[in-house]
Design a protein around this ligand. Sequence first.
Ligand SMILES: [Fe+2]
Length: 265
Amino acid sequence: MFGFDLHGLFKRVLGRRLNQPNIEILNLLANVIESRDPYTVGHTWRVAKYVSAMSRHLGWSSERVASLEIGSFLHDLGKISTEDRILKKPGKLTAEEYEQIKAHPTEGRRLLQGIEFLQSAIPGIYSHHEHYDGSGYPEGLQSDAIPEEGRLIAIADVFDAITSNRPYRNPMSAEKGLSYLQEQKGALFEPRLVDLFTSIWARGKLEKTVLHSEGHIPLIACPHDGPTIALKRGASEGDSIYCPVCKTRFVLVKRNKQWQVLLTQ
Ligand SMILES: [Fe+2]
């Protein structure tokens, strides 16, 4: 629906371990998550890119990297059970509403119970809101007690959230996003992993992930909502395209080698 074509990616990364129906199930779940919260278009793809880069530097086996990537795609699966009035509320949440949001890691784990091929992704999903200092949820785990998958997804998730567009603010620059990670060393995040992310960033490996979606294609700005529109590979001028947030339909045009959208007459 939102151009969330993970098929090629899943096949490349996981093809040897997953059969076609399982790849399609993953694709469906990733689409469902993004349709519930259209501002997060490309979010799960970007989180997966960040954690994949970090875990490879940590020398993980390809099997463990693959499970971590699946966990990244599905980390917010539990939010499909969160009420719309809470999930889409622009202002501050009440304590009771926040409690409902905080249920999503547990809910994600529940939804995946009994799905054999996704069991290894659960630790990352269940622990991605734990904080290194123990102030997170759902368990309030501290430092090494948090599965490393959760510690990695936590960094990637927050970095992507603050460097992406949201209804109430423009994206923060990558540099400011990196300083925020530094500030939160030892509090929200494991210091060693923040330094790892920063060093991978410094090598220029991740720039084409920020504000991009599948296939490293830059998000296009909707005139109302900012960079929210994912472009499919192979798109061409004159294609009809719409913003997943405001649902306005546009026509795709190229101006000075940049893609833009124009209102249809
Ligand atoms: Fe989450």
